[in-house]
Design a protein around this ligand. Structure first.
Ligand SMILES: Nc1ncnc2c1ncn2[C@@H]1O[C@H](COP(=O)(O)OP(=O)(O)O)[C@@H](O)[C@H]1O
Ligand SMILES: Cc1cn([C@H]2C[C@H](O)[C@@H](COP(=O)(O)OP(=O)(O)O)O2)c(=O)[nH]c1=O
Length: 202
């Protein structure tokens, strides 16, 4: 099996974490799988994650921090795993920067594109599963499930802008993106993911 780079995206509370473990188990039957996340995935990037999620900072600092974490993660974990023919599952990647820092915070998308090129040197996911649902539904799920971090405390308008940011990225890369209707039940979401994987012969 040749390498695959699969990312999971969507607003907080969309249900990504619920499905990553079962997909990891399914793909592990076909070859070695590395399951990782952003920001994070290396000791340095996990340290940056803690600051990113819990310290106040201006939007440009936030953007630079997440791309610094991404660079370390790509160099030390993602690229070596793909070079070894492994499957990499990553909970969030650069689409999240376009959605949250671009859509949510209003950062200049041209700056984001430049950082994307510098940091990734052409690397893009082979498949992005986009868990899409209204911000209000995601907020209800989060409220029932956990304490909010710095991002999860944002209002519904912020998350609708993030959602629109994802929609714009999906429209720009329709071959890479698979939109999952994440407002449905856990079983229905799992069935949609399975259908996407089967379409690709995975
Ligand atoms: N399809 C679904 N329908 C209803 N609740 C869900 C669904 N998927 C996940 N949940 C619940 O919503 C909450 C957030 O899900 P989670 O997987 O942590 O989202 P994310 O990782 O995208 O932030 C959890 O309590 C989870 O059990
Ligand atoms: C990767 C990335 C994440 N984020 C945000 C989105 C999430 O609110 C937060 C952490 O993501 P996540 O790991 O999904 O958090 P949790 O496990 O608590 O659901 O970081 C950005 O703003 N930009 C980025 O580039």
């Amino acid at each position: 099996m040749s390498s695959r780079f699969i990312t999971f995206e969507g607003i907080d509370g969309a249900g990504k974490s619920t499905h990553i473990a079962s997909l990891t188990a399914r793909l592990a039957a076909q070859g070695e799988v590395v399951s990782t996340r952003e920001p994070g995935g290396t000791p340095l990037a996990e340290t940056l994650r803690g600051l990113f999620l819990h310290s106040g900072m201006d939007p440009l600092t936030e953007l630079l921090l997440v791309f610094a974490a991404r660079r370390d993660h790509l160099q030390k974990v993602i690229e070596p795993a793909l070079a070894a023919g492994k499957t990499v599952l990553c909970d969030r990647f650069t689409d999240a920067s376009f959605a949250y820092q671009g859509g949510g915070r209003g950062m200049d998308l041209a700056v984001l594109s430049t950082l994307e090129q510098w940091v990734q040197q052409g690397r893009q996911p082979d498949l992005t599963l986009w868990f899409d649902l209204p911000a209000e539904v995601a907020a209800q799920r989060r409220a029932a499930a956990r304490e909010a971090d710095r991002f999860e405390q944002q209002d519904l308008e912020f998350f609708e802008r993030v959602r629109a940011g994802y929609a714009a990225r999906a429209a720009a890369a329709p071959q890479r993106f698979a939109r999952i209707d994440a407002s449905l039940s856990v079983a229905e979401v799992a069935a949609q993911i399975l259908a996407v994987m089967e379409q690709r012969g995975w």
